[in-house]
Design a protein around this ligand. Structure first.
Ligand SMILES: [Zn+2]
Length: 80
């Protein structure tokens, strides 16, 4: 039973995707991309990582018009 529940809970847990337009992680509520999301994105996109995050940055800037561009750049692109 315990094992089954664990599997079930894992399936139900939301992925580390951004909730929009707040751009907070759906799993842990941190500013997206959180540490886990960064690790997953890096593993998934490899050399294309910066380009993928630049696209997300454009979307986020549109949906968070009050955010400072420098902060968004740091959050989305600078770590890639
Ligand atoms: Zn997260």
């Amino acid at each position: 039973m315990t094992r089954g529940w664990t599997t079930y809970a894992t399936v139900l847990a939301p992925p580390h995707d951004p909730l929009r337009p707040s751009w907070l992680c759906a799993q842990d509520g941190q500013a997206w991309p959180c540490d886990v999301a960064r690790a997953q994105l890096a593993a998934e996109h490899g050399d294309a990582l910066a380009a993928v995050l630049a696209e997300q940055l454009v979307l986020a800037a549109r949906e968070m018009p009050n955010a400072r561009p420098a902060d968004l750049h740091k959050r989305f692109v600078a770590w890639t």
